[in-house]
Design a protein around this ligand. Structure first.
Ligand code: SIN
Length: 320
């Protein structure tokens, strides 16, 4: 455990946790990213006596998350973690792209202290808002040195960044951890851990993230489905896409129309990864069939994680 006088820094980025609605009964028709991070902390009496600092890094509905915010967030987290007085960092975020930001930070920071993302399905003005408890739990975890690395805390469950998935569009219990299962539980300030995380260093591209987010590689996701059209890939190639992830059916299988267009992408030097559009399971290689070696599966990664991975890989390939 970090000492009780070490600080936790809470970085605000918006989301429903910072949302407000006209009435307390409204958990759907609210405006996300309305309240500042200081107000979120002030709404949790149990945090009043704790050494905390708040910083507003962004204020957005996370559906609009972009590389510039990721860049600013990664830099802010790295800077705060370097301070000896800081035990860990909490990030308040929207639920919609929580798993993408968590995975991105996991891959570029591999932090030596806890970095804990949290969010809420109900706005701060709701009768039974979930944000305050989630925030309190996240701060508790951020003080626990043994939880180094990036994780998310929601509804008393701790998720490893690599396993986090949003599974439901509006239900209070909206998150899952796929086949890996949750990392632990947190109840009344007591944390229970089920398994250790494999230690992994940051992606080699982490040191070379362009400061100008417009310079980050363009990687798009195409979904394979009944009646899929080659034109969806061809149009992206014409628009200058630099990498593609195909969210395939089942175990990463790809509609033959997309397969032909994917071959054109490969011939043009644009790498293509296969993921699965199924929520759990990822892609297991070696099932045989007609897929070319140049169209590798992305293992357990979700399409959104595979996209981040390919983006980082492209940065390494681009390095002089
Ligand atoms: C968002 O992702 O910012 C809005 C939705 C949410 O936080 O639940």
């Amino acid at each position: 455990m970090a000492s009780s006088d070490s600080k936790v820094v809470v970085l605000g980025t918006g989301g429903t946790i910072a949302g407000s609605a006209a009435t307390a009964a409204d958990s759907i028709g609210y405006r996300a990213a309305s309240l500042g991070v200081e107000a979120l902390v002030a709404a949790v009496p149990a945090l009043a006596e704790q050494p905390l600092e708040c910083l507003q890094v962004a204020q957005l509905d996370s559906k609009d998350m972009d590389f510039a915010v990721w860049q600013a967030l990664a830099a802010a987290v790295a800077q705060q973690l370097q301070r000896p007085a800081v035990a860990g960092v909490v990030i308040t975020h929207g639920t919609d792209t929580l798993e993408e930001t968590a995975y991105f930070l996991h891959r570029v920071l591999a932090p030596p202290k806890p970095v804990v993302l949290t969010a809420a399905m109900r706005p701060a003005t709701a009768l039974l808002a979930d944000g305050p408890q989630n925030l309190l739990d996240a701060v508790t975890l951020a003080r626990a040195a043994a939880w180094r690395g990036v994780q998310a805390v929601l509804g008393g469950r701790v998720y490893a960044a690599a396993d986090l998935r949003k599974r439901h569009g509006w239900h209070l219990e909206a998150f899952g951890a796929g086949d890996a299962g949750v990392l632990g539980l947190i109840q009344d300030g007591r944390v229970q851990r089920f398994r250790e995380l494999r230690a992994a260093g940051p992606h080699p591209a982490a040191a070379a993230l362009p400061a100008d987010a417009a310079q980050w590689p363009i990687v798009d996701i195409v979904v394979s489905h009944a009646g899929a059209r080659a034109e969806s890939i061809d149009a992206l190639l014409a628009a200058g896409v630099q990498g593609l992830v195909i969210a395939g059916t089942g175990n990463g299988s790809v509609h033959r129309a997309l397969l032909q267009a994917a071959q054109r992408a490969l011939a043009a030097g644009v790498p293509v990864l296969r993921a699965s559009r199924c929520l759990d399971g990822g892609v297991v290689e070696g099932a045989g069939g007609a897929l070319p070696d140049a169209l590798p599966g992305c293992g357990a990664l979700t399409p959104w994680q595979a996209r981040i991975e390919l983006m980082l890989d492209l940065l390494v390939r681009r390095a002089p």
